[in-house]
Design a protein around this ligand. Structure first.
Ligand SMILES: [Fe+2]
Length: 241
């Protein structure tokens, strides 16, 4: 009688063989090693935010927070290379814990990067001829309607994020919010405008008045950065047609 390991080995062989038939892998692919070489290393850029609508202490602490998330992400990525896949389990396993923490820290790192890049423009201005303005008017009805909806998302997020992004599912731009860094995230969603709504981002300067903080950040949105992101999303839109 076959034991559990034999059954798993047989199944893996059958899967590999069917993948080879479909052309996904070479038929003579060697047995997979127990150590992957897929770890990645990310680096936190240093953001010099010129805005005076956030204090120096706030900006410094927030930069340090970003660096902490990136450091943790790199550590998790390295650990994942050698994590035991065979003992992966839905109730508790090292592999499951690492994958959960990977998503959390990955989102935290990249959402912060996107946020710092799209705020703090002292000459913030949006042209009615820009792609950003035209796409927002097309998909939200008017720029004012988009603003109201985006602010509502900012107020609805718990410790989390408001994000306008391009949905490859709906083939349009949409506002949403994320709780923490990885709860309530939509699939097929490409982030374009990102607002940090965690208390750490405003409490030092605005106490519990999140709305005034969000208004302040929206007054200084960097529409040049956003325009470049919209151009990429528009290319994705073109490929989906
Ligand atoms: Fe933050």
């Amino acid at each position: 009688m076959m034991n559990k390991k034999d059954i798993e080995a047989l199944l893996m062989k059958e899967i590999k063989s069917s993948l080879a038939e479909s052309g996904y892998v070479e038929e003579d692919t060697p047995e997979s090693s127990s150590v992957l070489s897929e770890s990645y290393v990310t680096e936190a850029p240093t953001f010099k935010l010129s805005t005076e609508l956030l204090s120096k202490k706030n900006k410094k602490a927030h930069q340090q927070l970003l660096e902490g998330y990136v450091k943790t992400l790199n550590e998790i990525s390295a650990k994942l290379d050698t994590a035991d896949r065979d003992s992966s389990n839905l109730n508790h396993s090292e592999f499951r814990s690492l994958k959960l923490d990977e998503t959390y820290n990955y989102n935290a790192a990249f959402l912060h990067g996107l946020f710092f890049q799209n705020i703090s423009d002292l000459n913030s201005t949006i042209s009615m001829n820009s792609l950003s303005y035209m796409r927002i008017e097309r998909d939200f009805g008017s720029f004012d309607a988009w603003q109201r909806d985006f602010i509502a998302c900012s107020m609805a997020a718990r410790n989390g994020w408001a994000v306008m992004g391009y949905s490859t599912m709906l083939k349009r731009y949409i506002n949403t919010f994320i709780d923490l860094h990885s709860l309530n995230t939509m699939i097929g969603f490409h982030p374009i405008i990102v607002m940090d709504c965690w208390e750490h981002s405003y409490y030092r300067d605005y106490l519990k008045d999140r709305k005034t903080y969000v208004f302040a950040m929206m007054k200084e949105l960097n529409w040049d950065v956003i325009e470049n992101r919209i151009k990429i999303a528009d290319q994705i839109h073109g490929l989906l047609k």
